[in-house]
Design a protein around this ligand. Structure first.
Ligand code: NPG
Length: 402
């Protein structure tokens, strides 16, 4: 562990209980309005993974209001159930018909209380996270703190990498790798699948022998591919992310025993219990934390604290979020255990125009500033959001004062 990390450790009060001030609300929050909104943002270029290709992102924004203030969150689900079973459509239904009314049914004093209020509804972590994130932004705004400060963040800048989708030809991948390295990104992650792995790595390593390089398979392989996956050990990779089934821990543990390259889990870690088990049985040596996948900050912080206490590196994943989700990711990645560059690129990597002002920018040293302003620390561009909205629904608390 470096000196810088040890210094952070001393300042960081790591606990997952309600005692932790970062998750206690100063006053009870009683949400009286929830707005759910689908906003279509075109992508500058298609993004392809082992499970498919998208040309635009249907962004799911959530806002909650209480005491005249408004907090913003984002549901990271996609339009099709490929990365996870949740979709924009299921999240809309679950928030409108179950989680939204449950949230507004009582005043809440902590994120744990909020989690208990959502607990009767099984699964649907991304829908839950969207609301929880919005409540956390609202809370930070109420106490006039930055989200990062509220969560216990210790960094003023975070290191970032870029995720490069599968391309029609290797030359296009190499061009993008050059482009993002010259912009300063500290790590390149390549999406891989059978037929787009070893050969591609050979090409990239030929031109960039020393860069921080990782691969992400999004569950495209099985244990039968073990011998093939062992060939990835030749490329000095930082990690192999989620090579096997999305809900499997045992097969990953078996594969991990045969590979020199560390396995990092993403899809398989849907909460603290899975993180605990995965570390216990050796399924991975690193964890990609996404607030959406694990159901919100309460779980994300608990996984962070667990990994931090064990010296397991974590990093913040991305889901092609708009600036609102991106701002939440920046706040999370400012915690001390996030020692590896996250998938938090500049707004301009994906979108011609983002929904926040200023947009997220990556400095030439491959870092992103952690804003100090209240809440998200960015202004929400409501006019642009309205301009791009496809669907809006407002839920009101029944007995709210007018
Ligand atoms: O920069 O936000 C980003 C994208 C990072 O590759 C990325 N995300 O599997 O981690 C992933 C992947 C993803 C994107 C998954 C969209 C699901 C939807």
């Amino acid at each position: 562990m470096s000196h810088a990390i040890v210094a952070c450790h001393m300042q960081y009060a790591s606990t997952t209980s309600d005692e932790n001030t970062r998750i206690i609300f100063k006053e009870k929050i009683h949400v009286d309005k929830v707005e759910i909104r689908l906003v279509r943002l075109p992508l500058k270029e298609p993004f392809e993974t082992s499970f498919g290709k998208i040309d635009s992102r249907l962004i799911f924004l959530v806002s909650v209001e209480a005491d005249g203030l408004r907090g913003w969150g984002e549901v990271v689900a996609a339009e099709e159930p490929r990365y996870s079973y949740e979709t924009v459509g299921t999240a809309f239904h679950v928030i409108r018909d179950f989680l939204g009314p449950a949230l507004m049914s009582q005043p809440l004093a902590s994120l744990s209380e909020l989690a208990r209020c959502f607990a009767p509804f099984r699964g649907h972590n991304m829908a839950k996270a969207g609301l929880e994130l919005a409540c956390m932004d609202l809370l930070a705004r109420m106490t006039n703190q930055s989200l990062s400060a509220r969560l216990g963040g210790t960094r003023s800048r975070i290191a970032v990498g870029v995720s490069l989708g599968i391309q029609p030809r290797p030359a296009q991948l190499l061009e993008r790798a050059d482009r993002y390295l010259s912009l300063g990104y500290q790590r390149i992650k390549l999406k891989i699948k059978p037929g787009w792995d070893v050969d591609i790595l050979e090409e990239v390593r030929q031109f960039h022998p020393d860069i921080l390089l990782s691969v992400d398979a999004n569950s495209a392989y099985t244990l039968d591919d073990k011998e093939h996956l062992k060939r990835l050990d030749d490329f000095n990779l930082l990690m192999i992310e989620q090579p096997l089934e999305h809900d499997d821990l045992l097969d990953h543990a078996q594969l991990a025993r045969e590979l020199a390259t560390p396995i990092c889990l993403d899809e398989s870690i849907t909460g603290l219990r899975q993180a605990n088990k995965a570390l216990e049985i050796g399924s991975c040596r690193m964890i990609n934390i996404k607030v959406g996948r694990v159901g919100g900050y309460l779980q994300a912080l608990a996984i962070h604290d667990l990994c931090y206490s064990k010296g397991v590196p974590v990093w913040c994943g991305g889901m092609l979020e708009s600036g609102i989700g991106r701002a939440h990711n920046i706040a999370l990645a400012s915690l001390p255990g996030f020692t590896l560059p996250g998938d938090i690129s500049a707004s301009s990597r994906y979108f011609a125009r983002d929904v926040i002002v200023p947009e997220v920018d990556v400095a030439p040293d491959g870092t992103v500033n952690v804003p100090c302003g209240s809440g998200l620390g960015f202004d929400v561009d409501l006019d642009y959001i309205k301009h791009c909205s496809e669907t809006v629904e407002v839920l009101n608390r029944k007995n709210a004062k007018p």
